[in-house]
Design a protein around this ligand. Structure first.
Ligand code: MIG
Length: 727
């Protein structure tokens, strides 16, 4: 069946019985009559589609210049061409270049080239099972997509990259909007294991005069890793502790895991069993897997009643004053299943006295490693989905999505006006309306700073705006230099969370010596100064369905722009050129049009950041360890507020800024209450800053909430002047 949405250039194809994952919310699709269908087929569906043994293969051609964007959370560059990816949510702790799947399934991609700017194509496959994407890997000029089913929906878009993203994002609805304080700095570690440690961390921020809005609680706050419990031994009188921390403007963000511990007397376990809310095995009994607490059952998040039940459990912690959570291990990660473990142990016993040669030894190793996250286990688990018993494997990619949906829906029944903080590790595009994502277990590697840069636009394309990586890296140890450079990039990412793993070097800003702490403090304070701007760009992108971070090619048609992989456009104003290599005190950049080069050090020295106007072309820029290099686009500006110790105290009404003017500038600053859903009803403010020229003189007009503004204006001929505005 083919249908078209008249308002948007989107064609929908229902293949087989179709599948809906509750991802596409909007759109009015009208079924096409046969003759129209033919026309549309020629225009939109320029690919071959073949069914083969229960699978569907889609083959399309690539031109030499085509780039491929999309696929959200994945390894490798922004341009996805030249590798193979698999949508199969995986607890993958090694984000090395060979990984075909990470934690997410983001089945949207676009193909286009500078040659045919307005004629890019976009594809979204609405499906919950496994999909393989050969993106010009086995054959340079072909995309081959293999969907492990004949039942799915396919949406095809036409237009420029920008248009397609906007159309797609309109269809999936507004993205998750966190409370504004979530734009502040957040500190985390696996784990801050008791009250005293958390207090000491909070004290560290206070003593060292570094702002912070949240501390995350990893698994050890729980009692025996049981969801929705709090260890009495380590976090007694939790409610008062939450209060005490809040009085120091720090919110606590507990982790919730997907598996529910099997334990007599644990009410979540007992209720789940009684109500039949857990995933089942082939015999219909609750499926047993093992994760943190040992044996667990997985709630059947695909069953709306189970979802409602699990979602309401979050209320327990909300009642204690908690404002948000991070949902982990929801691919779902399985350490082992009983059967898998037994089979492995048996195999080892059988071969106890063997002479293990290379092949048998490797087999043993594979068997042992294969105990975790084994496909066989996924295939022996069942859901109740749309009233039918469905094998987990066929809907695997909807699990984390629906866990997090359960949380979000649970929040709404608790308080439907308040914005809660929510992150998830596993995701599907359908989840973008429910939560943000952190980018999983990266390493303290320069390569992963680069990956963080490249993932930002890919995630924005598929609707994830509230995102960032573990700043400094999760696994391995961060050097002072990596930490410094990473902070300079995270300075701009909506989620700015420093997180690291158990057994690793402590990574709080004061763990790297005095000089580094001073740099980190300046950068984090700059972050708070940037909050009004960042929040505004985030919300504008969210309301418009546009990108907060985009590749240069979204705005610039030159073939060079299509090549650039480590520079990003931020909103309409900035081009970020982060340093992402060890020992580098500079880097090469491509400047696509006249831009103003600045190097930020601190809020106080903001006006001294101005360097030079660069002409279109390739350049080398220098940046010392304490300098964040970036560019302001022509006829654009960047504004800062005065830093504060928490986001709530940052005053977006008093600003200073740098403007690079050629003809004139119009800039909107979005603001709202930052804590409720009122923005959805249009309750927000746009303040405007307008600069225009009259007889070669620059005039400034300010409207809205801004009360004072000090602007350093850089003219194209390098002339500088400062203009003040006061209401
Ligand atoms: O397998 O809860 O991605 O952020 O610290 C490790 C412990 C389980 C994985 C998460 C990470 C978290 C960790 N978890």
């Amino acid at each position: 069946m083919l249908a078209i949405d008249q308002k948007r250039n989107v064609v929908k194809m229902v293949h087989g019985k179709g599948m809906t994952t509750d991802t596409i919310l909007n759109g009015t699709f009208q079924e096409l009559k046969e003759n129209q269908a033919l026309e549309m087929t020629n225009e939109y569906l320029d690919f071959e589609i073949v069914e083969e043994e229960g699978q569907t293969k889609i083959e399309m051609s690539l031109n030499a210049e085509d780039v491929i964007y999309g696929l959200g959370e994945n390894v490798r560059g922004i341009n996805k061409r030249g590798f193979e990816y698999i949508s199969f949510c995986s607890d993958e702790p090694n984000h090395t270049p060979g990984q075909k799947s990470l934690y997410a399934a983001h089945n949207f991609f676009m193909v286009g080239s500078p040659e045919a700017l307005d004629n890019a194509r976009g594809y979204y496959i609405d499906f919950g099972g496994r999909i393989k994407y050969d993106m010009g890997f086995y054959q340079a000029d072909k995309i081959n997509v293999t969907i492990e089913s004949i039942d799915f929906d396919l949406y095809v878009f036409k237009g420029s990259f920008k248009d397609i993203v906007q159309q797609f994002r309109k269809l999936i609805g507004i993205s998750y909007t966190p409370p504004k304080w979530a734009f502040g700095y957040q500190q985390s570690r696996w784990s801050y294991e008791n009250k005293a440690v958390v207090q000491k961390i909070a004290e560290g921020f206070h003593e060292n005069d570094i702002p912070c809005d949240a501390i995350h609680l990893d698994i050890d706050y729980m009692e025996d890793f049981k969801d929705f419990t709090i260890s009495d031994e380590r976090f007694d009188d939790f409610e008062n502790f939450v209060k005490e921390m809040k009085s120091k403007h720090i919110r606590l963000i507990p982790i919730i895991d997907a598996g529910v511990k099997i334990e007599e007397g644990y009410d979540v376990y007992e209720e789940g069993v009684d109500k039949g809310f857990f995933c089942t095995d082939s015999e219909g009994k609750p499926f047993v897997a093992a994760v943190w607490p040992g044996r667990v059952h997985f709630p059947d998040f695909l069953n709306p009643q189970a979802r409602q039940w699990f979602g309401s459990k979050y209320h327990r912690l909300l009642e204690k004053g908690i404002d948000g959570f991070w949902n982990d291990m929801n691919e779902p990660a399985i350490f082992y299943s009983e059967q898998g473990l037994n089979e492995t142990i048996e195999w080892i016993h059988e071969h106890e006295n063997d002479n293990l040669d290379i092949y048998s030894f490797l087999e043993m190793k594979d068997r042992v490693n294969g105990i975790s996250n084994n496909i066989k286990d996924y295939k022996s688990m069942y859901h109740l989905y749309n009233g039918e018993r469905v094998n987990h494997y066929d809907v695997h990619n909807l699990f984390g999505y629906n866990m997090t949906r359960a949380a979000d829906e649970g929040f709404k029944t608790y308080d439907d006006n308040k914005r809660f903080f929510l992150l998830t590790r596993s995701s599907h595009i359908g989840m973008a309306k429910h939560s943000g994502v952190w980018q999983g277990d990266n390493h303290s590697w320069w390569e992963h700073l680069k990956l963080n840069i490249q993932m930002m636009p890919s995630l924005n394309m598929v609707g994830f705006l509230y995102t960032g990586a573990d700043t400094g890296g999760f696994q391995d140890d961060a050097s002072y230099e990596l930490m410094t450079r990473w902070m300079q990039f995270s300075l701009f990412t909506p989620l700015l969370r420093n997180h690291c793993a158990i057994g690793r070097r402590f990574q709080e800003p004061w763990q790297f010596g005095k000089e580094t702490m001073a740099h980190l403090r300046d950068t984090i304070r700059l972050r708070y100064a940037l909050v009004p701007y960042l929040y505004s760009e985030f919300m504008k992108a969210n309301l418009k369905g546009s990108m907060m971070f985009s590749p240069l090619s979204f705005d610039y048609a030159s073939p060079e722009s299509y090549q650039v992989e480590t520079q990003l456009l931020l909103g309409n104003q900035l081009m970020l050129t982060p340093i992402h290599e060890q020992n580098a005190r500079g880097r090469y950049v491509y400047v696509p049009e006249d831009m103003l080069f600045i190097k930020m050090k601190s809020y106080e020295s903001f006006f001294d950041s101005v360097q030079d106007i660069f002409k279109q072309g390739h350049h080398y820029i220098e940046a010392n360890l304490d300098e964040t290099p970036l560019f302001i686009k022509k006829d654009q500006l960047l504004v800062l507020a005065e830093p504060a110790n928490e986001v709530a105290d940052v005053n977006h009404r008093e600003l200073k800024g740098i403007a690079f003017i050629d003809e004139g500038i119009e800039f909107d600053l979005y603001s709202d209450d930052g804590i409720t859903q009122a923005y959805k009803k249009g309750e927000y403010q746009l303040s405007t800053i307008r600069l225009y020229k009259e007889n070669d003189e620059v005039k400034l007009e300010v409207h809205g909430e801004i009360e004072s503004l000090e602007l350093l204006i850089i003219h194209k001929d390098q002339k500088q002047e400062i203009i003040h505005y006061k209401k």
